[in-house]
Design a protein around this ligand. Structure first.
Ligand code: GDP
Length: 304
């Protein structure tokens, strides 16, 4: 995760640390290198520009350059701006498990999982359901609303059996909205706290996909609508999130396949471009491979 960006930045910072005094032009030279590192990591250009502007503005101040350890001060500014870019603040505590999602409402509350096909939606649905069951002691029911992809509903059922989370019995031929309604009714009758609804994906954002997701959303009034996006697709993940947010309205993002993402452009641009928080990151194929996204920890990983 973030390996290539981390390597590039540590190269820049090592040089800064070695110098006793720093001039404005030293800072500008370092910022040019940080800019290239971020662009190579596939961070969106406006986000990079804003970042460099913020850091430069703070770093060239009299107090920083005249301090005893100007290099360290510049690195601290980069660190804090990185956290801000990721949507956090430097002194925030990591979220407790139950704070990762907002599940306030009369139970059963619905969590709607949306995204493109192959983004990791079904896997993430199961991972989150397992987490809520084990860490938050919630009674969770999962249902697949994917009536298009053959065996999609069975895939979730099999995952449910593996992780010990109940899934809604499959009735073939039902429409997505009707399955959603049946899931909510069953959850109400059987005393579940949370219903995780895995919607159908498509290869691309298209009108039919959005219409179906909107119809389900209006039917169940979810407390969370989570967009699952594949970190490996870089800026496309951000574009997809923006499209879903504009058309459906999302409450947060689950970024899958972070385990394979050496660059980190999607993670770094998501908040700044969409305004929506990354809630969780997928870190592998196994049902436990998910963790809350915490800006300070991520910045720590990037800066080493
Ligand atoms: P969906 O079509 O969006 O429901 O995608 P799936 O949940 O079926 O996932 C597609 C593939 O990605 C599967 O092989 C998953 O095991 C894999 N996958 C999902 N999330 C992650 C992740 O965080 N890391 C890795 N390495 N693989 C993942």
């Amino acid at each position: 995760m973030f390996e290539s960006l981390s390597d590039r930045l540590s190269g820049v910072f090592d040089k800064l640390k070695k110098r006793g005094a720093l001039s404005e032009s030293d800072v500008s030279a370092a910022m040019r290198e940080v800019r290239v590192a971020l662009l190579e990591a596939d961070v969106a250009l406006p986000v990079v520009k804003d970042f460099i502007k913020q850091v430069s503005g703070k770093a060239v101040g009299h107090n920083v350059l005249k301090s005893v350890t100007p290099g360290q001060q510049v690195i601290k500014i980069v660190h804090d701006e990185l956290i801000a870019m990721l949507g956090g603040s430097a002194d925030q505590e990591p979220p407790a498990s139950s704070e990762t999602l907002s599940l306030i409402g009369v139970p059963p509350v619905a969590v709607l999982m949306v995204g493109l096909q192959g983004s990791g939606k079904t896997t993430s649905t199961a991972k989150i359901a397992k987490r809520l069951t084990e860490k938050d002691r919630k009674r969770v029911l999962m249902a697949s609303l994917d009536t298009r992809r053959p065996a999609a509903q069975e895939q979730l059922q099999v995952l449910g059996e593996q992780i010990g989370v109940k899934t809604l019995p499959i009735i073939k031929g039902q429409m997505a909205t009707d399955i959603a309604k049946r899931a909510m009714d069953a959850a109400r009758l059987q005393g579940f706290d949370v219903v995780m609804l895995d919607t159908a994906g498509r290869m691309h954002v298209d009108a039919a996909l959005m219409a179906e997701v909107i119809a389900v959303r209006d039917r169940v009034q979810p407390v969370e609508t989570l967009l699952v996006a594949d970190a490996l697709t870089g800026q496309d993940a951000v574009t997809v999130a923006k499209a879903f947010d504009d058309q459906v309205g999302i409450t947060g993002v689950v970024l899958s396949r972070m385990d394979g993402d050496g660059r980190g452009g999607a993670a770094l641009s998501m908040r700044a471009v969409t305004g929506k928080p990354i809630r969780l990151i997928g870190t592998g194929e196994k049902p436990d491979a998910i963790e809350p996204f915490h800006a300070t920890r991520i910045a720590g990983r990037i800066l080493g």
